[in-house]
Structures are given as structure tokens and as C-alpha cells.
Design a protein around this ligand. Structure first.
Ligand code: T4K
Length: 369
């Protein structure tokens, strides 16, 4: 009997009939975009759901990152991590900044604060760090360095929807945090994203920048971009928010089963949980070390031919892509921890609709590799 393929993730889709009234309302009002009613409602709903001061919606996380750099007027060199989705560094190139890569910590695979100071030069103006897999960066250490050297801090929080530390949302750290609401994310609006910012004045500037720089009909204050979220996406977000308890609960269950079932597999290293008080279980990365029976790529293929599409997030390292590899900081000898993780990592399927049978199949395939 042919079995259904298993993906690394699958979007949570509420029952279609629940979405119809939202669509009806859009059809009735004929406001499709440019800050309509659903857009405004979703911004308010996310403020309260996440417990943050201000939220500016975007059409995707990448435009959110580029606009965050523009909003803070970041120039010159920006210290960042090579261990992320390529959009993190691409946003720097799009904004005319030079990425300076520093290595990551072995336990979180987030930027290692101990490596930042040595990378700072007179050209450095900001730090762009990533809460990788939703595990928080060492935000206190990063902020201390930023304060000492007068640097801006932007968090690529595209994996970190709903994650909290002892003080509340981790999105409150740094100058700005950027979320992605892509279909593959914990909370999705098909495509989408947001900048979380601390005050209304900053949000107003961001709102201008995401609307071509328009302040009013005849005034343009900056070469802004079109980063607006449409009403259909915002409406879907409002509906999706109603289901977040289910989404988070199911993800936590899947995470717990993997941790129990894979704990004793020789050579398979499960990343320890970070210091968050609330996790979102957005990914389930394991490191396939040389002590495992087969190589990481052999395990990836073994799963694939058996209908399980695990993913090597994040391989290749960003710093190995052609547009980055010539940078002075891009050498693998400068980034040994990130390089090792990129060669060993495999993200296992985790999403609300993953059945117990499917998950057992993943576990059995790993054990029988
Ligand atoms: N910063 C970080 C740290 C990020 O991870 C990302 C995005 C960004 C910035 C940029 O945010 P956005 O501009 O995207 O909002 C995916 C996503 O496209 C990307 O959003 C995400 N990170 C990245 C980690 O993963 P792919 O190329 O691996 O996606 P894809 O199409 O292969 O999808 C993976 C699996 O998900 C598929 O095998 C099946 C399932 N899937 C996917 C889609 C799109 C579905 O079931 N339905 C779907 O509609 O990049």
C-alpha cells in the first residue's frame, strides 16, 4: 500500500467554511489592501496575543527585514550569523550593507556573543541576530555589546512567533524584531510578516516606509517599498489566531514524542531546549554526528526514498553561497561551529496534522537507517 508523503512542515488550515464570512466581508467592502479593516484588526490582535507594544504587518518577512534596516538608517557593516535562511543576509545586501559573519554557539546555534567584539570595526553599525528555530539568542550579552559600541540590534525573529522568556515576549528585545508568517511557519497568513517595535512613533515611520514612503497624498519622505499585507492575508491571520492553542499543543506533543523516542539513538544529537519559558516548537533539528550509523546525507536520502521529506535547515551555510563566499568573514575556518552544524543538521517533520503513525514511521526509519 502506498503511504502519503510526510513533509518537514505543513500549514495549519482551519475549516474552509470558517474563512468564507471573512471573504464575504472583503467582497462587500471592496477594500482589498492598503491598510483595510482586517489589516488594522490583525495588528491589534497580534499586539495582545504576543504581548508587545506595536506591530506593523508586512507582505513577507524579507521585506520586513529590509524595512527594519531602513527604519533604523543602518549603514556600513552589520554583524550577523551565517547559520540561517538566506533571507537574513540577503536583506543586508538589498539594503546596501555588508554582512560580517560571526560563529554560533554549539547548543543553540545562535550567534555567539563572545565572538562579536572581535568582529567590530569603525564601519560596524548594527547586529542582525536570529532566534534560530525559535530558541532565544543571548539577548542580554548582545545588548551589552551593542550599548558599549553604540550599535543597533535587529532580531530576525522569523522562527520565534509566540516564544517567551521570563520577562514576556522575546520580541521585545533589541531595537526591532521581524516575524515571518510564511505558509511554513507556526503562525501563517499564506505569505506575510511583521515588524515588532517599541513605540508608536517608530511604527509610524515603518508604516510610511512599507507604503512607498507616503505620509499623505502628496508627501513622500523616503524611498519606501511596497511591503503592505493584503486584506485576504490579514483575514486569514485573524482566523488562524483563533486556532493557535491547538497548533501550539499539537506541536508540543510531536516534539515530546521525538525527544522520548530518539533520546538514546547513538550518534543522534537532539538540540537542547533554550532558556525560553514558552516554546513554539517551530522546528525539530537533530545533529547526525560521525558516531551515527550513516552520514547525515545518507539518512536524508533514506528518509526521502521512503516518503519522508526532512530538510537540511540550514545547509549550505549562507557564507558558502556565491554572493557571500568572497567576504573576509565567510571562511569556514572563521565559522567552525556553524560549518559543523550545517554538515550535520536535519530538521524532522513537525506540524499539527502529523499523525502518530506518520511520526512513528519517521522514528522507525531513523532507527533502521
Ligand atoms: N529569516 C528566517 C530565519 C527565515 O527562516 C525566513 C524564511 C525568512 C527570514 C524570510 O521570511 P519570508 O520572506 O519567507 O516570510 C521555506 C520558506 O519559504 C521560508 O519562508 C522559510 N524561512 C524557510 C526556512 O523555509 P523552502 O524553500 O524550504 O520551502 P518549501 O517550499 O520547500 O516548503 C517546505 C515544505 O513545506 C514543503 O516540502 C511542503 C510544505 N509546504 C510548503 C508550502 C510553501 C506546504 O505544505 N504548503 C506550502 O504552501 O523555504
Amino acid at each position: 500500500m502506498l503511504t502519503q508523503p510526510v513533509f518537514v512542515t505543513q500549514p495549519y488550515l482551519p475549516p474552509l467554511e470558517e474563512f468564507i464570512p471573512y471573504l464575504q466581508s472583503i467582497w462587500d467592502n471592496k477594500i482589498l489592501t492598503n491598510g483595510g479593516a482586517f489589516h488594522q484588526q490583525l495588528e491589534q490582535a497580534l499586539r495582545s496575543h504576543l504581548g508587545v507594544e506595536q506591530v506593523a504587518l508586512f507582505s513577507n518577512g524579507t521585506l520586513g527585514l529590509i524595512t527594519a534596516l531602513q527604519a533604523l538608517r543602518v549603514t556600513g557593516d552589520v554583524i550577523t550569523t551565517p547559520y540561517s535562511f538566506v533571507a537574513t543576509s540577503h536583506s543586508l545586501l538589498w539594503h546596501g550593507n555588508r554582512p560580517v559573519f560571526v560563529d554560533v554557539e554549539p547548543h543553540t546555534l545562535n550567534m555567539d556573543p563572545a565572538r562579536i567584539e572581535a568582529a567590530i570595526t569603525p564601519q560596524t553599525t548594527a547586529i542582525l541576530a536570529v532566534h534560530c528555530y525559535g530558541n532565544p539568542c543571548d539577548v542580554q550579552a548582545i545588548q551589552k555589546i551593542a550599548d558599549n559600541y553604540n550599535l543597533r540590534v535587529i532580531y530576525d525573529a522569523c522562527h520565534a512567533f509566540g516564544v517567551e522568556d521570563e520577562g514576556g515576549s522575546i520580541l521585545r528585545h533589541g531595537d526591532l524584531s521581524v516575524l515571518s508568517f510564511h505558509a511554513t511557519k507556526v503562525f501563517n497568513t499564506f505569505e506575510g510578516g511583521a515588524i515588532v517595535c517599541p513605540d508608536a512613533k517608530t511604527k509610524q515611520r515603518i508604516d510610511h516606509l512599507k507604503n512607498f514612503g507616503f505620509v499623505d497624498e502628496v508627501t513622500v519622505v523616503a524611498p519606501g517599498i511596497n511591503g503592505k499585507m493584503s486584506e485576504v492575508n490579514a483575514a486569514f491571520g485573524l482566523l488562524q489566531l483563533k486556532h493557535m492553542d491547538t497548533v501550539m499543543r499539537r506541536r508540543a506533543e510531536v516534539d515530546a514524542v521525538y525527544r522520548a523516542q530518539l533520546a538514546d539513538v547513538p550518534g543522534l544529537q537532539i538540540l537542547p531546549k533554550g532558556n525560553q519559558t514558552v516554546s513554539n516548537h517551530s522546528y525539530f533539528p537533530v545533529l547526525v554526528t560521525p558516531e551515527f550509523k550513516v552520514s547525515r546525507d545518507a539518512l536524508y536520502e533514506h528518509l526521502k526514498v521512503n516518503g519522508v521529506n526532512a530538510r537540511r535547515y540550514f545547509y549550505p551555510l549562507i557564507s558558502d553561497f556565491p554572493m557571500y563566499r568572497g567576504l573576509p568573514s565567510a571562511g569556514r575556518d572563521n565559522l567552525p561551529v556553524a560549518a559543523r552544524a550545517a554538515d550535520q543538521v536535519l530538521c524532522l517533520p513537525i506540524y499539527p496534522a502529523l499523525t502518530a503513525e506518520q511520526q512513528q514511521r519517521v522514528v522507525d526509519l531513523i532507527k533502521s537507517a
